[in-house]
Design a protein around this ligand. Structure first.
Ligand SMILES: Nc1nc2c(ncn2[C@@H]2O[C@H](COP(=O)(O)OP(=O)(O)OP(=O)(O)O)[C@@H](O)[C@H]2O)c(=O)[nH]1
Ligand SMILES: [Mg+2]
Length: 448
């Protein structure tokens, strides 16, 4: 998981000061020494660390903290606010041109994730913002580049504009814009070529494309794993092209986090999106406050709720609620619900968003047992329709058959039936409690 070392160290440091009734300057100094080390170890830019420590120290020994009733917690609040500020404060929005199409140019070094991110961004623009993007293949140098974008376009059922690799990127951009206007695309995403290092020729060409297409956004795509290098790259691209935003990719890997914490202060360019995987839906808007919260172990409940809302079918939830109330909830419904929770992403990631999750003993090293969930699904699938509706008829020989059919054991079948039984009892109690109230259980979340 990204930020793990930093999160661990900061959380340990914060834990020491949290409950303190009195905080003196020596406490703050000692704490700042640890925070400083944690940040440097996470590969945060040296100067950024220095400024950060200075700001937090000043505030932490100031009136607002010392005079408060809970100084320990106030210090933590200051750290969180400054971390948020460091990453850009407010979440920044993606531009919308008042003379469509809105043009976005994707730039960056080789292999940073430009082409993949172009696809992901188009997907997000359509899904979340109801837009109709055009993908433009302006990387004429890497042999398979055009094909790669076309493949993404196919997966997304989105058009890709290409003129092959014999036409200059500037000309491609020009014709793509005309095409987009004609076809009423409201966003144009230009995928450009990467280089191993920043070179004059690359910059010259990007400047020409910029000149012609007058982009509303120039996004630098950088690989978070490259740490300090990412910051240097961002600095030079910004100087030459004037970036409007950064997309930090590969945050699903175990990056130490330095780039995420340094880029904004060094380049004065906000991180707008983060890439969290290779799939086309693995792109999220970057929220500085939520990220600070996650790093400090305060959880990211907002993202969790958004994920639930995006992936859980509201109609189905209503239907389930109805079934629970009328006690007609079956193992099939249970299976359905399991599926909805899984849609939200790997359980491990979801748990990571809960406050204090990485302080819960055992959770951190526990591979959340997706396999066990798979077993539960297999067991239910091996039951007949009647068995799913009336599990009480499942006798010893049926259990044996189900265990065999699902590749599990009779114990596991027993456990599931018992759990389901307990759950029904609980539902009954809850229904009795809320009887007479119109709103029923008021359950919004799938539970497990
Ligand atoms: N794990 C992970 N992999 C990613 C992410 N974004 C991109 N990748 C992978 O990184 C590799 C390079 O991605 P591309 O999109 O081809 O990178 P590019 O910048 O277009 O590369 P060039 O066109 O060669 O300059 C691919 O294997 C992607 O699947 C991410 O957020 N997480
Ligand atoms: Mg590419």
């Amino acid at each position: 998981m990204a930020f793990e070392g930093l999160a661990d160290r900061l959380q340990n440091t914060m834990a020491k000061i949290r409950g303190k009734g009195k905080v003196n300057e020596a406490d703050v100094k000692e704490m700042m020494r640890e925070v400083r080390l944690a940040l440097l170890e996470a590969d945060v830019n040296f100067k950024v660390v220095k400024d950060f420590i200075k700001r937090v120290s000043e505030r932490a020994v100031g009136q607002e903290v010392m005079k408060s009733l809970t100084p320990g917690q106030q210090v933590i609040k200051v750290v969180k606010e400054e971390l948020t500020e460091l990453m850009g404060g407010e979440q920044s929005q993606i531009a919308v041109s008042n003379r469509p199409p809105t043009v976005i140019m994707m730039v960056g070094l080789q292999g940073a994730g430009k082409t993949t991110t172009t696809g992901k961004l188009a997907n997000l623009l359509r899904k979340k913002h109801n837009r109709s993007p055009l993908l433009v293949a302006a990387d004429i140098y890497r042999p398979a580049a055009i094909k790669q974008l076309e493949t993404l376009g196919k997966q997304l059922s989105m058009p890709v504009f290409s003129l092959g690799d014999k036409v200059s990127p500037v000309e491609i951009a020009k014709q793509a814009l005309e095409f987009a206007k004609k076809e009423h695309h409201d966003y144009v995403l230009i995928d450009t070529a990467g280089r191993l290092h920043i070179d004059e020729e690359l910059m010259g060409e990007l400047k020409d494309v910029k000149e012609l297409s007058k982009p509303d956004e120039i996004f630098l795509v950088v690989d978070a794993m490259t740490g300090q290098d990412a910051v240097n790259v961002a600095d030079s691209f910004n100087e030459q092209l004037g970036l409007t935003g950064v997309v930090l990719t590969k945050l699903d890997g175990d990056t130490r986090g330095g780039a995420a914490l340094s880029i904004r202060s060094v380049t004065n360019t906000p991180i707008k999106f983060i890439g969290l995987g290779e799939k086309l839906d693995a792109l999220e808007a970057f929220h500085p406050e939520r990220m600070a919260s996650r790093i400090l172990g305060m959880g990211d409940v907002l993202t969790l709720i958004e994920k639930a809302q995006a992936n859980v079918d509201a109609e189905k939830v209503k239907e389930l609620e109805q079934k629970m109330r009328t006690q007609s909830f079956t193992l099939d419904d249970f299976l359905d619900q399991l599926g909805q929770v899984r849609n939200m992403g790997p359980l491990e990631d979801l748990l990571g968003m809960l406050p204090g999750a990485n302080k819960i003993k055992g959770l951190k090293n526990m591979q959340v047992d997706e396999k066990q969930i798979g077993h539960v699904e297999a067991i239910i699938r091996s039951m007949t329709k009647v068995e799913k509706e009336q599990p009480e008829i499942i006798n010893a020989s049926r259990k044996k058959r189900i265990a065999k059919g699902s590749g599990t054991s009779v114990q596991e079948v027993n456990r599931l039936i018992k759990q389901f039984d307990d759950m029904k009892k609980m539902m009954k109690q809850m229904t009795n409690m809320t009887k007479g109230k119109k709103k029923g259980l008021g359950m919004k979340f799938p539970f497990m």
